[in-house]
Design a binder for this molecule. Structure first.
Ligand code: SF4
Length: 109
């Protein structure tokens, strides 16, 4: 009988500890998430819906798949701060110098 009480107590104690362990695990996981700052010039959360829609339709990406066709060598790009971010004449707001979209046009020398 006495053993049964101890067993219930230990089960209750362990049950109470589970949410604490879950919160600790969540906190550790959240701390591990880091925003790739170097690649995020155009944070979708800071842009309007219209701007996000325009970028989506033009397939804008922060990192071009073709190293020869990046925003930095596009005629619509102007360098800005902080690097590698700059400005695009087509989009309102920042773009990444290493980015790309369907409107890319080679900058004339
Ligand atoms: S038009 Fe496209 S490729 Fe050119 S600077 Fe703007 S976002 Fe970059």
């Amino acid at each position: 009988m006495n053993n049964q009480k101890l067993t219930r107590r230990s089960v209750l104690e362990k049950s109470a500890a589970l949410p604490v362990a879950g919160v600790a695990l969540f906190a550790l996981t959240a701390c591990g998430e880091e925003k790739p700052k170097g690649l995020v010039c155009a944070d979708p959360n800071s842009l309007s819906m219209a701007e996000n829609s325009l970028r989506t339709s033009a397939h804008y990406v922060e990192k071009s798949a073709d190293a020869a066709k990046t925003c930095s060598v596009c005629s619509f790009f102007a360098a800005g701060e902080p690097p590698p971010c700059g400005k695009c004449e087509i989009f309102q707001g920042p773009v990444n110098a290493g980015g790309h979209c369907d409107s890319w046009a080679k900058k004339e020398a």
